[in-house]
Write a protein that binds this ligand. Structure first.
Ligand code: ADP
Length: 218
């Protein structure tokens, strides 16, 4: 279903979010206080406007409270990011996602009711590190400090075996959510589905269990 998004702050992070949402077919209002940023995003957004995210009247006149999600991607100006988030929540925006610059910024954002706080540089750093240290891990999503989803390349050890034969859930406590083979993704694997070397297994579990599966099971 098409959703309505607004992105405030069109630096590297905000403009990437905006372009991707637009590419996925959603309605995106792109906002920045700098004209050149707004001009650059015009072909990649539904509407783009020059406005200050800390100007309550401007936010109101854009009808900001009617958007499903507002993403605050104001970079280094932490004070503006906090004020903008506060105004959005006061104006009744249901879901406000904010890019945090540091731990103290995050704590303030939590206090004023940001619905989701993201740390793109930190998250990407973790993902890249996970990728570098393991030849089997192709991607990594942290769900909580304990649980993750990883994409692992199937080795010959598991090749030509079915999920029931491998018994991964009982042996390692991990669950295979999907199997990617070339451009195909099997999102509802059945016990009899066989794995082939080179498949990408999408696996969810506790980090310790995932590590054990990666080291011993693959
Ligand atoms: P990134 O690290 O994602 O590249 P930047 O700090 O470079 O982030 O970019 C932040 C963007 O937010 C800039 O384009 C800047 O013009 C915009 N910005 C900063 N303050 C405001 C504000 N009060 N209202 C709207 N946009 C803002």
């Amino acid at each position: 279903m098409k959703k309505q998004f607004a992105v405030i702050g069109l630096g590297r992070f905000g403009s990437s979010v905006c372009k991707e949402l637009y590419k996925l077919g959603h309605e995106v209002l792109a906002i920045d206080s700098r004209e050149e940023k707004v001009n650059d995003i015009t072909p990649h957004s539904t509407h783009s406007v020059i406005a200050n995210g800390t100007d309550e009247k401007a936010l109101q006149s854009l009808g900001i409270r009617n958007f499903d999600y507002v993403i605050v991607a104001i970079g280094d100006d932490i004070q503006s990011s906090i004020l903008c988030t506060l105004l959005l929540k006061e104006l009744g925006v249901e879901k406000v996602w904010v890019k945090a610059q540091n731990y103290y910024h995050q704590r303030v954002l939590e206090k004023i009711g940001a619905d989701r706080i993201v740390h793109p540089e930190q998250d990407m750093g973790i993902r890249i590190a996970q990728h570098i240290i393991s030849e089997k891990i192709v991607d990594y999503i942290e769900l909580s400090p304990d649980y993750s989803i990883v994409e692992l390349i199937a080795t010959d050890k598991v090749s030509s075996k079915s999920l029931v034969e491998l018994n991964i859930r009982a042996l390692y406590g991990c669950t295979i959510l999907g199997i990617k083979r070339g451009d195909d993704i099997n999102i509802a694997p059945t016990p009899t589905d066989q794995i082939q070397q080179g498949d990408i297994l999408i696996v969810i579990g506790h980090k310790n269990d995932l590590k054990r599966f990666e080291d011993e099971g693959m």
